[in-house]
Design a protein around this ligand. Sequence first.
Ligand SMILES: [Zn+2]
Length: 269
Amino acid sequence: MTMIFAVVTIAALGLSARWAWWRKPVPGMKVLCYHKVGSPPPGSKLKDLWVSPKRFRAQVKYLLDNGYATLTFSDLKKLHDSGAPLPERSVLITFDDGYENNYTSAWPILRELGAKGNIFVVYNTIGRTNLWHDPATEPWVNMATLEQLREMQASGVIEYGSHTMNHPHLGSLPLEDAAWEMQESKRQLEAALGREMCAFAYPYGDGAYSPEVRKKALEAGYTFDFSFKQGKTLWPWDRASSTIDRLFIRGSDNNWDLELHLTRGASRL
Ligand SMILES: [Zn+2]
């Protein structure tokens, strides 16, 4: 008996250390943040930013099976502009940076299952590589081309937001340069894609908590600015006071992690 109790206790402690199931459910927007869908290349030091197509498919299927509507940025803008409540079972699937694997691996899965996604694009790296990374720690891989971005947009499955011109640390740039990164990428992406860019994500989250930088992001004309901080932001959104936090999906996250992200705002300690 004592033995069984000990085993159960140890198992419960193990589960509690790995997962945040014991946290209280928290209200707010559910914005998933992905980067790359595929297998990490040799030499990658950021392996957890790669989610396998198998896991990605299982996660999207989990959302749809559980009645979640997958919103686009323009869906969110309509709700925001009209002051409508956010449906409880709604989620935004977002991808940072604009990798080619979003086109080759994520888009076909979303399209097949009937879900929608949103990609934050770095304008100057379209059709190039992730030049902002040091290739010694994170190998360069292809970014989606403009043709691929247009094809995904035309399918009605994918919408876009801006992730600057060059993926800089906005908080370290002179303020005028940071403002240019945000204004110019909006202008260029809108010209290239023929749609309004209502959403912006701060590279590395840098600048998201600087009142000066954030002021420039809102002045650039974005309705929404997304941080790089784990969590859920309340809806109706108090735009003046904070950015929108996100739920970071790691390559090692399973559907139980996903459920905890959605309900608790975090899956781990
Ligand atoms: Zn990024």
